[in-house]
Design a protein around this ligand. Structure first.
Ligand code: SF4
Ligand code: SF4
Ligand code: FES
Length: 359
């Protein structure tokens, strides 16, 4: 007789796929189990112990993120023991980082504080003595590691290994001294690090943070996110510009959450950090046209577009439509490239249209 392939979670009988974890089966059924060190893109580490659940027949509670379901397994609804353990663990993690939420969120939001607020704690405890060494001589221009905020969840090192595939950072030392380090404690720029900033993005406590945004001094929650398409290459990653409205300035760039856009929560060094150009004084603010003396002068968009359309029409009238050619760029969006070919083909009936990604 074959056993039925189902699991019972919180009283719900659920089918499951081979290899699924309790967390995956629960989430498919919209059963909430809180997590801190889990990321769907990474292999589970079972490091934070926030997701512990009670499984019938097991003496010890099991991490939902790392325990595979098996036929006829019964995962109990949240019991007082599970709730007590979660609150205890949250207090323990908070004692190992910055307990004051406002201070903890001086730059990045803290998922740890979010969880503590949502699920409660076992009270504020005396700070844990965890002398994690930092890398004060790491002079890379972008990423700051603040060891007093690290809870050794290993999200950053797993991201660096498994998503970025460069293994520039690693867990180092033991016990309370466990920290995030590099080979010979070198600066990130002397390692295989690609400065993608993904370690900042996954860090749940703000231990990994962005130097320039930290220096700007406004927490991320006080910035307004404006979704746009990165224009550094043709991939079309979606980015969130984090704008300080009062100063009219883009302070930093973050990725939309994993699973929501084409870049799945990832960015490259340019997309994440190369945003100084937005406020560079040399940047053109207005279109330029030539005056009668041949000098470039600023004008309005209406005037500039009028000049362009007249010039295009006069070439077409005098030499025919195929005397015109339209060149676009892979740095433009798909929509902009579509409009360029539409202008060529529908507007001027010519197929003389090209774009650098086409070769
Ligand atoms: S910036 Fe990217 S490559 Fe460098 S340590 Fe962080 S995750 Fe690894
Ligand atoms: S730096 Fe952040 S992501 Fe990395 S182990 Fe520490 S708390 Fe976790
Ligand atoms: S989320 Fe499962 S142990 Fe951290």
């Amino acid at each position: 007789m074959t056993s039925k392939r189902f699991v019972i979670i919180d009283g719900n009988e659920l089918s499951f796929e081979e290899g699924e974890t309790i967390l995956q089966a629960a989430r498919r059924a919209e059963i909430e189990i809180p997590t801190l060190c889990h990321d769907d893109r990474l292999t589970p580490a079972g490091a934070c112990r926030i997701c512990l659940v009670e499984v019938e027949g097991a003496n010890l509670m099991q991490p939902a993120c790392a325990t595979r379901v098996s036929p006829n397994m019964v995962v109990r609804p949240p019991t007082p023991r599970v709730t007590r353990n979660r609150q205890f663990t949250l207090s323990l993690h908070l004692a190992d980082t910055i307990q004051d939420r406002a201070l903890a969120e001086d730059s990045n939001p803290s998922r740890l504080h979010d969880l503590a607020e949502r699920y409660g704690t076992a009270g504020q405890w005396v700070p844990v003595d965890s002398p994690r060494p930092g890398r004060p001589s790491d002079d890379n221009p972008y990423i700051q590691f603040r060891p007093d905020r690290c809870i050794a969840c290993s999200l950053c090192t797993r991201y660096c290994d498994q998503i970025e595939a460069v293994s520039a950072i690693t867990l180092a030392f033991k016990g309370a001294k466990t920290t995030i380090s590099t080979a010979d404690e070198r600066s990130l720029t002397e390692t295989t690090c690609e400065l993608c900033g993904g370690c900042i993005d996954v860090c749940p406590t703000g231990a990994m943070t962005e130097k320039a945004a930290l220096a700007w001094g406004k927490p991320e929650m006080d910035l307004e996110k404006v979704r746009t398409t990165c224009n550094f290459c043709g991939v079309g990653c979606q980015v969130d510009l984090n704008v300080d409205r009062a100063a009219n300035r883009v302070v930093k760039v973050t990725s939309p959450p994993p699973g929501t856009t084409v870049n799945d929560g990832n960015l490259c060094v340019k997309g994440r950090f190369a945003n100084d150009f937005i406020h560079h004084p040399d940047r053109l603010q207005d279109p330029l046209v030539r005056n009668e003396a041949g000098e470039l002068v600023a004008t309005s968009w209406d005037e500039a577009l009028d000049r362009v359309s007249k010039a295009l029409l006069s070439v077409a009238d005098e030499h025919g439509n195929d005397a015109l050619a339209f060149i676009s760029s892979s740095r433009c969006t798909g929509e902009e490239n579509y409009l360029m070919q539409k202008l060529a083909r529908a507007g001027f009936q010519t197929h003389n249209v090209h774009q650098c990604a086409a070769t």
